[in-house]
Design a protein around this ligand. Structure first.
Ligand code: ATP
Length: 306
């Protein structure tokens, strides 16, 4: 029986190894080949992002020709400033971040970083200069330490731990029996949405890009986690050009400029106080959000009381 068991056991192991390798390769392809149509010109120079000014010039974009998503969007984020984009669901906010990464290219208009059209530079250099904290972070089936170090593979253990501390996830990791060596992802520990987002923040802190794109999660986080994440985000966006795709208004009150996007057009722009005083779309969004927040707080209080 043993003679039969050993080879079968071995084949089982082999099968698991191959399956895992396929999953890892699959993951790599999703990340590397988001959109195979976007290619570099053979002579494309690398992006030279010194200051990190980000500029949209009359950008028009549609995923499918019959449905325009961005209808001539222009704005500038001066180096080191924070600009927030708000607007109703489907307005095209996350599309802006996909264009900055060149997952897609505009049909017309230009996106410039320090005066260089991002369509004319090497994608690899663009993705080095821009860091993104996405709505949903993909974790690799590996250790939590590996997942953070992915932001800068040559980082030391101390640097990984410091990034985790700034992202407010260090204490959580230390509380795990295997600490930074804990396996996460499909085969390991499942992290909550807020924990995954903090791993993404730690990754980005390590990467330390000139330009930061924060695509806030739409999913409701509890207000404690939300505050912690906000503090971590405030830290990394200090002194760095930041575009915040905001789904919660409370997080953008201090932005240098707020853009209100509606049906692919910027319909209002200005600082928080100016926009409130105007009594337009932003003021309406703000008031509605305040009501939602108040209702959520009441629900939470009632749940605690029971
Ligand atoms: P939300 O606040 O709900 O996240 P958003 O303003 O970020 O919305 P986008 O994700 O930019 O909206 O999407 C804008 C529009 O483009 C939506 O109507 C969406 O259905 C459409 N869209 C998004 N991705 C694709 C795609 N890959 N192919 C076709 N249409 C898409």
């Amino acid at each position: 029986l043993m003679q039969l068991y050993l080879p079968l056991n071995f084949m089982g192991m082999l099968y698991r190894e191959i399956r895992q390798a396929l999953i890892d390769i699959g993951e790599m392809f999703t990340i590397l080949s988001r959109d195979p149509e976007v290619r570099d010109r053979p002579d494309a120079p690398p992006l030279d992002a010194e200051a990190g000014e980000l500029r949209f010039e009359d950008v028009r974009f549609a995923y499918t020709p019959e449905r325009p998503i961005l209808r001539g969007v222009s704005f500038t984020v001066p180096a080191g400033n924070t600009v927030a984009v708000v607007g109703p669901s489907g307005a095209g906010k996350s599309t802006l971040s996909r264009l900055i990464f060149r997952f897609y290219e505009p049909q017309s208009g230009r996106i410039l970083i320090d005066g260089q059209d991002i369509a004319a530079v090497r994608q690899e250099s663009l993705r080095e200069a821009v860091g993104m904290v996405p709505q949903d972070t993909v974790l690799f089936n590996d250790t939590i330490g590996y997942n953070i170090r992915y932001g800068r593979p040559d980082a030391s253990d101390a640097e990984v731990a410091e990034a985790a501390r700034l992202a407010q996830i260090d204490n959580f990791i230390r509380s795990l029996p295997q600490g930074y060596d804990t396996q996460v992802g499909e085969r390991g520990l499942k992290l909550s949405g807020g924990e995954k987002q903090r791993v993404a923040i730690a990754r980005t802190i390590l990467k330390s890009p000139r330009i930061l794109v924060l695509d806030e999660a739409t999913s409701a986080l509890d207000s404690f986690t939300e505050r912690e994440i906000q503090q971590a985000l405030d830290k990394i966006s200090e002194d760095r050009t930041t575009l915040v795709i905001a789904h919660r208004l409370s997080t953008i009150v201090n932005a240098d400029e707020i853009l209100v996007l509606d049906k692919g057009e910027i319909v209002e722009r200005g600082a928080h106080a100016q926009l409130l005083a105007r009594g337009g779309v932003y003021a309406a969004l703000w008031n509605r959000q305040r009501q939602v927040d108040a209702a959520r707080a009441t629900l939470a209080r009632n749940a605690e009381a029971n």
